[in-house]
Design a protein around this ligand. Structure first.
Ligand code: FES
Ligand code: FES
Length: 159
């Protein structure tokens, strides 16, 4: 069955079963491999994308549940104001180690910053607790989110 979805501002028609996860549509059908597969059970956060601006585990989001909600992935998060500052902070603080979890971390952090321009430790813990990092970059992630909150507001718009 064909489903119409909008990813990073671009409309796509994808012909898949309705119970196909958004993760596999992104990776296998659209060839957007920035979104990672980790657990497949909403336990690690590697597959996080934004659905209508909300950080969402794409591995457990079926394509027939999306409707017309806008999908944003790591490939375009830098075009949003919050995502731009989060990515700059990640670079400034050299957050990344192996990198596998990091697109999901950046997507969760960007959703947090978009909704809360000055998150405290508790806010960060609440927003990021579902994103697992086997390299243990948690301390740098927390500092980078605080650093991003202090960067000049990017002029780019959420998209
Ligand atoms: S792959 Fe989706 S949460 Fe782990
Ligand atoms: S940077 Fe290696 S899993 Fe997070």
């Amino acid at each position: 069955m064909a489903f119409e979805i909008k990813v990073n501002g671009v409309k796509h028609s994808v012909d898949v079963d309705g119970d196909t996860s958004l993760l596999w549509v992104l990776r296998d059908v659209l060839g957007m491999t920035g979104t990672k597969f980790g657990c497949g059970m909403a336990l690690c956060g590697a597959c996080t994308v934004h659905l209508g601006g909300i950080a969402t585990r794409s591995c457990v989001t079926t394509i027939d549940s999306i409707g017309d909600a806008a999908i944003t992935t790591i490939e375009a998060i830098g075009h949003t104001a919050a995502g731009h500052n989060i990515q700059q902070a990640w670079l400034d603080l050299e957050v990344v180690q192996c990198g596998y979890c990091q697109s999901g971390q950046i997507m969760s952090a960007s959703a947090l910053l978009a909704s809360n321009s000055n998150p405290n430790d508790s806010d960060i813990d609440d927003a990021m607790s579902g994103n697992i990092c086997r390299c243990g970059t948690y301390v740098r992630i927390r500092e980078a989110i605080k650093h991003a909150a202090k960067l000049p507001a990017a002029t780019k718009k959420e998209g």
